[in-house]
Design a protein around this ligand. Structure first.
Ligand SMILES: [Zn+2]
Ligand SMILES: [Zn+2]
Length: 131
């Protein structure tokens, strides 16, 4: 089994998926194309793709890390740390912050997926009620 075909189906799974998927879900999707693929082959390929900057890995509080292709549209999230609500944010709203960081530190920003944790309005009123 050539590593490049595993990489291909991993990236395809990430680009076709409308929501974020875990390594176990990615393995299932790769296996649909390559029935003989070993889970460890897929997990090693995920590590290599992340290391090479082809995919990004995020913690959305689901108990497992989720993956996203760097070719997929840049976007960001607000995540409620109590109930797990996930809000989708346009990446454009962070443009100014990214440009300022690039100007100040000389970095070229590659982050395409920020995860910002907080408490949603419902959970805030619950904690005020003493829950
Ligand atoms: Zn996302
Ligand atoms: Zn909440």
């Amino acid at each position: 089994m050539r590593a490049s075909s595993v990489d291909h189906y991993i990236l395809q799974a990430l680009e076709e998926s409308s929501e974020h998927i875990t390594s176990a879900q990615i393995y299932e999707r790769v296996r649909a194309h390559l029935p003989a693929v070993n889970p460890s082959t897929v997990y090693r390929a995920l590590e290599r793709l992340a290391h090479n900057g082809k995919i990004s890995i995020s913690d959305l509080g689901r108990g497992a890390m989720v993956y996203q292709s760097m070719n997929a549209g840049a976007h960001d999230h607000l995540v409620c740390q109590r109930c797990g609500e996930i809000i989708h944010l346009e990446h454009d709203r962070f443009k100014e912050i990214f440009s300022a960081l690039e100007a100040q530190y000389g970095y070229r920003m590659v982050t395409n997926h920020l995860v910002l944790w907080g408490l949603c309005p419902a959970c805030q009123s619950e904690s005020e009620a003493g829950g």
